[in-house]
Write a protein that binds this ligand. Structure first.
Ligand SMILES: NC(=O)c1ccc[n+]([C@@H]2O[C@H](COP(=O)([O-])OP(=O)(O)OC[C@H]3O[C@@H](n4cnc5c(N)ncnc54)[C@H](O)[C@@H]3O)[C@@H](O)[C@H]2O)c1
Length: 440
């Protein structure tokens, strides 16, 4: 019987642990954030993720899912231990592995039997080996010779659709030197295996590389269409038509071809930077990704310039900002384009009325440093009331169907900056708006 411990109960750990318990497995989720664990024990979710709380509560009820801060007992009592802690960027852009190292050390300190240690965090190539070395060191300190295997099992879930993605993955990647560990991992994911999910078995380094290469490729695709959009604006082309036509080509696919304010979130920015650093470290620079990182930073600043130019200056202007999360259906604002864009606009003299359906609590502390320039509103129409312009940064569904008459009446001047291209220019212009999209 597989008994699972998941160390790190954030977006990935909580979703993975919960879904594995819903597969019928016994799961203990560990975190060193006591407040988070106490809330979870009471059924209060630390993150917004559609559908998650219901599954958490169901599996807590059946006692398949537990939350604890006690890593020692979790390591001792379980045999498959996932590491799902954060790997944020260090100063130089490389991944900061201090949390992974700390967990590996704890596992080595407390393990008492054969264990499989599964790296689910996104980690640089070579981290699997590092985890193995740290655990060995700790076992040597205890004069113990216990068998264990390390597996790299990167996670591809997307925030906002995390539960669906975990339970319907395009593929499950299992990297290990040990056939025994691979077989046990297939057992853990047996429910998916029966559904004919493709399983890709590799060595650890390949599995680690698959995750970075996948994320970097998607970030590059977004950046490509953003740069094409910028050129479209100069030459009188429409990027949406360009993207639609490109996407019809099966070799290209329509996904991740939406021009906008640049990618953000907790993964693409840090994973592109980390891959670029790994490339440099090994003398095999991935120059496309180095360029992608730079172009994405530029894209966010271009959005602020677009608004400044459109309004003929920002001094004393009050902007209605709709959408702050890095994408819809999440409250995550890590590296959200809204943060850079608002910061740039604030430096140029703008003030803000902001609204996001879910991310307001996140936004309040992240934007606290300019709180005298920001009013946090209860809905989109309160934000728009008497503003000099409306700026859509995140394409929440409810912003796709704004009452345009009401918007026009509420604004001081009908300036409409649609950084996600969710409106059609001609429709807005017919209604008398000054419309600015991206690449159209
Ligand atoms: N968020 C995503 O959409 C996503 C998708 C795929 C992969 N990933 C990767 O998964 C990893 C985790 O990302 P996340 O977004 O879930 O991070 P997160 O910050 O939401 O969660 C990390 C959790 O680990 C806990 N933690 C840190 N050190 C610990 C320790 N020593 N012991 C116990 N708990 C500890 C933190 O308190 C936190 O709750 C990262 O490597 C990330 O790149 C994230």
């Amino acid at each position: 019987m597989y008994r699972i411990a998941v160390v790190g109960t954030g977006y990935v750990g909580l979703v993975s642990g919960t879904c594995l318990s819903d597969f019928g497995l016994s799961v203990t989720c560990v975190d060193n954030d006591i407040e988070k664990v106490n809330k979870l024990k009471e059924g209060i979710m630390p993150i917004y993720e559609p559908g998650l709380d219901e599954i958490v509560k169901r599996n807590q009820y059946y006692q398949r899912l537990k939350f604890t801060t006690d890593i020692q007992t979790a390591v001792e009592k379980n045999n498959v231990i996932f590491i799902a802690v954060g790997t944020p960027p260090a100063e130089d852009g490389s991944a900061d592995l201090q949390h992974v190292e700390a967990v590996a050390r704890d596992i080595g300190k407390y393990m008492n039997d054969y264990k499989i240690i599964v790296n689910k965090s996104t980690v640089p190539i070579g981290t699997g080996k590092m985890v193995k070395r740290i655990i060995k060191e700790e076992l040597e300190k205890r004069n113990l010779q216990l068998e264990f295997d390390v597996v790299s099992n990167p996670e591809f879930l997307r925030e906002g659709t995390a539960v669906y993605d975990f339970t319907h993955p395009d593929r499950v990647v299992i990297g290990s030197e040990s056939d025994k560990a691979k077989e046990i991992m297939k057992g853990v994911y047996r429910v998916l295996y029966l559904n004919e999910t493709p399983f890709i078995e590799t060595n650890i380094e390949t599995a680690e590389m698959i995750k970075y290469a996948s994320n970097a490729f998607l970030a590059m695709k977004i950046t490509f269409i953003n740069e094409v959009a910028n050129l479209c604006e100069k030459v009188g082309a429409n990027v949406q038509d360009v993207a639609r036509a490109m996407g019809k080509d099966g070799r290209i696919s329509p996904k991740f071809l939406h021009a906008g304010p640049g990618y953000g979130g907790s993964c693409f920015p840090k994973d592109t930077k980390a891959l670029a650093e790994i490339g440099k470290k090994y003398g095999a620079a991935i120059t496309l990704i180095e360029q992608t990182v730079q172009a994405n930073e530029k894209q966010k600043r271009l959005m602020a310039e677009k608004i400044e130019e459109g309004l003929g200056g920002l001094k004393g202007k009050e902007l209605a900002i709709l959408g702050l999360a890095f994408k819809p259906k999440t409250d995550d604002m890590r590296e959200a384009p809204s943060l850079t864009i608002i910061d740039e606009l604030a430096q140029k003299g703008a003030r803000f009325k902001v609204y996001d359906p879910i991310a307001m609590d996140e936004a309040k502390w992240r934007l606290d440093y300019i709180k005298d320039k920001i009013i946090f509103c209860h809905d989109e129409y309160e934000a728009i009331e008497d503003a000099d312009a409306v700026v859509i940064i995140t394409e929440w569904h409810q912003f796709r169907n704004l009452d345009l008459n009401k918007v026009k009446e509420s604004l001081k001047e009908p300036y409409f900056f649609d950084l996600r291209n969710i409106y059609r220019r001609h429709l807005l212009e017919e209604q008398g708006f000054y419309y600015y999209g991206v690449g159209q």
